[in-house]
Write a protein that binds this ligand. Structure first.
Ligand code: HEC
Ligand code: HEC
Ligand code: HEC
Ligand code: HEC
Length: 157
């Protein structure tokens, strides 16, 4: 009798874990979509739509790995829900250095560099002069539009 109930617990427990893992995977996928980001970052959507990378999703540039994305994301949802930051009105922090690795991951692949040795040669030199690609490239967001978002007059209600 006792053995049977242990077995049932094991089966039940395993089933629960499987369901939770599937649910978490689904959530992770939904919260990585551009449409999710845009609910809070409408300004950034516009400066991205008109930029050079509208075909590259938000997360491709803004990721630091799933675990860090999701913990940072949960913190941001909390900040928004508790009204400590209003992402539509407040100036948001901006970290070019966090994004740089992802630029490199797409543009400096072995294949690309092998196809374009001059590109590599020149960029080895260029990169000595700027800590990030953004020192020279307007990537992701149109800077003019991006700055409007940072300086726009907002009414406090
Ligand atoms: C529930 C609202 C909300 C959603 C949804 C949201 N964000 Fe944010 N985001 C915020 C808030 C609030 C901040 C400011 C955080 C702070 O002050 O530290 C922020 C800051 C940022 C920043 C700048 C600071 C940093 O950590 O790099 C980036 C980039 C960013 N979000 C990208 C995204 C992306 C990409 C998505 C979709 C995967 C997304 N956000 C979804 C609310 C949100
Ligand atoms: C090709 C890469 C790229 C893509 C795609 C991209 N971004 Fe960015 N994003 C950047 C860079 C680079 C910065 C830092 C801007 C700077 O300081 O020059 C940035 C900054 C931000 C910030 C911080 C606030 C600010 O203005 O600096 C937020 C929020 C943000 N992006 C959200 C988004 C959202 C939402 C999407 C998708 C709709 C997106 N980004 C798509 C590269 C990208
Ligand atoms: C997911 C991959 C991906 C990421 C991440 C990415 N890019 Fe791109 N980038 C592309 C694609 C695709 C194009 C358009 C086709 C091409 O020129 O290769 C492009 C185009 C460009 C161009 C040429 C634009 C022109 O004038 O023709 C530059 C410069 C550039 N990206 C810089 C950056 C920088 C800087 C970052 C980091 C903020 C970045 N990219 C992040 C994929 C990416
Ligand atoms: C000091 C300035 C400078 C820095 C820093 C820089 N670039 Fe460039 N980049 C240029 C110039 C100038 C060109 C056009 C001439 C050339 O290809 O050498 C260019 C061209 C490009 C192109 C387009 C090549 C094509 O197919 O037309 C891409 C993509 C690119 N850079 C990506 C990056 C990435 C990613 C970074 C960061 C790792 C970066 N650049 C850093 C100056 C810079």
């Amino acid at each position: 009798m006792e053995k049977l109930s242990t077995k049932l617990w094991l089966i039940g427990g395993t089933a629960l874990v499987v369901v939770l893992v599937i649910a978490a995977m689904g959530m992770a996928r939904q919260t990585s979509k551009d449409s999710f980001c845009v609910t809070c970052h409408a300004y950034e959507k516009v400066s991205w739509d008109y930029g050079k990378h509208p075909e590259v999703g938000c997360i491709a540039c803004h990721t630091k790995g799933v675990v860090r994305d999701k913990t940072a994301g949960m913190r941001k949802v909390m900040l928004t829900l508790t009204d400590r930051v209003d992402p539509h009105r407040d100036n948001l922090p901006s970290y070019k250095d966090k994004i740089n690795d992802n630029c490199v991951a797409c543009h400096f692949t072995e294949e690309r560099l092998a196809l374009m040795p001059i590109f590599k040669e020149r960029h080895d030199e260029y990169r000595k002069h700027s800590a990030t690609c953004m020192g020279c490239h307007e990537a992701g967001h149109v800077i003019k539009l991006r700055e409007l978002r940072q300086t726009g007059v907002r009414l406090k209600i």
